[in-house]
Design a protein around this ligand. Sequence first.
Ligand SMILES: *Cc1c(COP(=O)(O)O)cnc(C)c1O
Length: 347
Amino acid sequence: MTVIDLRSDTVTLPTDAMRQAIFDAELGDDVFSDDPTVNRLEEMAADRMGKEAAVLVPSGTMGNLVSVLTHCARGEEAILGDRAHMFLNEAGGMSALGGVHPHTVANQADGTIDLGVIEGAIRGGNLHWPRTRLICLENTHNNCNGSPLTPEYTDSVAALAGDNGLLLHLDGARIFNAAVALGVDVKDLTRSVDSVQFCLSKGLSAPVGSLVCGTGEFIAEARRTRKVLGGGMRQAGIIAAAGIKALEDMTGRLAEDHANARRLAEGISQIDGLSIDMANVHTNIIYFDLAAGHVTVEQFLAQLAEKGIKLLCIAKPAHFRAVTHYGIEEKDIDETLKAITELMNRP
Ligand SMILES: *Cc1c(COP(=O)(O)O)cnc(C)c1O
């Protein structure tokens, strides 16, 4: 049975070209900066993001954590959206390990935070208050319908940060999806941020790895923070080799994932008992709801699983997520829609 796994784009497996590149990779001890493959990936990543330097980390979670801990001292505050992955899905790392105080403000449905709301959250000099140091944005915004943030919005938050002596970090786990959706160069989305992390292991299909990018000085310090967190890796060229292929081969095809997500969303919008807001379909992540009075969430998931189709119920009572990615083809979308239609029409 072929499996159609729409739970996440992290389920993507490395391509044959990646496996070959891993086999052929020239290696060294990266803690001594001796791994030529890691060095090459870091240079490529910095270049793609328009930054001076980059450092490879094992995960997006560590990329964000390294960034926050490098920017902020204990007791300092980071302003971020209340739907942010960094707030909801990273085990509270910034406070647990960095003593950094997260100050959450409301995300809008498109992943932005109102500029006035950010401004209102910036603290003054009163000795009772934590010191604001950092603002964090997320692009595309996972929990806010996979929305891409525009270059203009990002620049306006950066200007606000600059005017207030603050730094701006971008969780760009899916930054290439944002660039493709908006038809802009990735550099336009990163030009005004102080740091950005992006993932190789989601839509780009590499097995492991994320990169933190910023100034040379920031990255030198970030390497130290990575070491503190136990993220200094040795022959990490094994990971980097696949990452290089990811950057070379996989960013150009993301529009296919977006078209497949739209096809799935359009199909879902036609099925009785399911609801989806087409205005919230932007990239490769869609959310939809199952109305009460049809099948239960458990029946819905189990009957699809019988056909090899995997989806995530992400919130109560019946809020689902589907993510398209490399390996999911148009015919898989059609098969999924057929299976859903059948199970919804079953007496
Ligand atoms: C997946 C994700 C991360 C974390 O990446 P991991 O490699 O899973 O640790 C960070 N931010 C966003 C928006 C993500 O979707």
